[in-house]
Design a protein around this ligand. Sequence first.
Ligand SMILES: [Zn+2]
Length: 169
Amino acid sequence: MEKQGTGLRNNLKFIVDQNVGKLAKWLRIMGYDSTFFNGSNDSHMVAIALKEGRIILTKDTQIMKRRVITSGRLKAIFIETDEPEQQMRQLIKSLNLDCWFRPFALCLECNQPLVERSKEEVKDLVPPYVFQTQNQYMECPACHRIYWRGTHWRAMTRRLEQLVECSKL
Ligand SMILES: [Zn+2]
């Protein structure tokens, strides 16, 4: 009986309203598929959420009053604070998210699944000191950013762990 409910938790996908837009990047760091919605038409956001099975994250009380949400047909989470780290804490606690769900799975900018690249393939694409010290690389097929487990990434994941004390793994 280990990790009960993991299957359900793993299936979570999100659509992030622009009023809580910073959440998208944090969720992608953890590996949760998170679309950023930058339109102004709430009905459009609701339609995408229904079609793609995404949970809406928002600070908009009007959206929370919609029948599709109050009836439970579509899940939405009302984010209570303006402060991104507090927002993340609320979200991780309320949905029991896993900080180490799928590290390095998604592009932080465009939410695309990353593709593994060999060290030789990225030789001319990363700074020399990175090439010397890192052996694992991932590339975004959409924007072609190269990712590695450098200091910036480590600092962000450590911050996440501190936020929610989810370093149990
Ligand atoms: Zn990308």
